[in-house]
Design a protein around this ligand. Structure first.
Ligand code: KIV
Length: 286
């Protein structure tokens, strides 16, 4: 059975699956138009070909191959060990299994910070794997890299506020943009906009500054732990779906997937042990 059906087997409703402006492919002009018209943008992470089409069928506008894949999929304790090869493989899987969502792939730590040439070489590999845009962490200090990539035809989404690749200089996951940090966030936001970024993710910043910047910037703002007033929201899909026991306080869990999977696997174990699986419907007698 296709994965992209409702539990009763019917097709997803047109409202949940409705693409942004009926776009066959969500592109940067649709993101700009959504900002201009005040239409909330939806982004979720995706890392594989099993999950991505389900998220797309639900109507998600942008699928982010986040380097959170390091924690969520690969079992690392941070995003730092994630390689370009990890990102290429996941980007390819998401790209091959979807057709409408804009695919945004993270440039992993150590693959873009030192020079525009290095950034271009890395971004090119993600674009060849199927991405339509890349995301990178940093503001003023990375503006020249954003300009070089956009000049080369690669749309860039910037990531400001708490930037997990810098967790060691930021002192771990904590709110950014408070006090003096607010002015730096303003400067960083303007710098990435002027450098040509089509959108900016604000992670773990106070709602008030995210609201102000959403009002003043012309590019779309996408929040995670940044309050309700950004142009869009992004979550790690497994957090959103209730796959694991713990989620940060800014996450709402919209499902109980972890519990459902545990129950299914427990039922399977029991059925095998009781020899009720496979049943006659699962095999043919010779
Ligand atoms: O890698 C990721 O999942 C992200 C989001 C949290 C924005 O960058």
């Amino acid at each position: 059975m296709s994965h992209i059906t409702n539990p009763d087997g019917s097709a997803p409703t047109s409202s949940s699956a409705s693409p942004l402006f009926n776009a066959r492919r969500v592109r940067i002009q649709h993101i700009a138009r959504a900002k201009a018209e005040g239409i909330p943008l939806t982004m979720l992470t995706a890392y594989d070909a099993l999950t991505a089409p389900i998220l797309e069928a639900a109507g998600v506008d942008m699928l982010l191959i986040g380097d959170s894949l390091g924690n969520v999929i690969l079992g690392h304790s941070s995003t730092l060990p994630v390689t370009l090869e990890d990102m290429e493989r996941a980007t390819g899987a998401v790209a091959r299994s979807t057709s409408r969502a804009m695919i945004v792939a993270d440039l992993p730590f150590g693959t873009y910070e030192d020079s525009p040439e290095h950034a271009f070489a890395s971004a090119t590999r993600l674009m060849k794997a199927g991405a339509h845009a890349v995301k990178l962490e940093g503001g003023e200090a990375r503006a020249h890299i954003i300009s070089a990539l956009t000049d080369a035809g690669i749309p860039v989404c910037a990531h400001l506020g708490y930037t997990p690749q810098s967790e060691n200089t930021l002192g771990g996951p904590r709110m950014q943009g408070r006090g003096d940090g607010a002015d730096q966030l303003r400067r960083d936001s303007l710098a990435v906009q002027e450098a040509g970024a089509f959108a900016v993710v604000f992670e773990m910043v106070p709602a008030a500054i995210a609201t102000e910047l959403t009002r003043t910037l012309s590019i779309a703002t996408i929040g995670i732990g940044a309050g309700p007033n950004t142009d869009g929201q992004v979550l790690v899909w497994s957090d959103m779906a209730g796959y694991s026991d713990w989620t940060p306080s800014f996450v709402r869990t919209f499902g109980t997937l972890g519990a459902a999977l545990h129950e299914a696997a427990s039922d399977y174990v029991e059925a095998v042990r009781e020899r009720t699986f496979p049943g006659p419907e699962n095999y043919k007698n010779a």
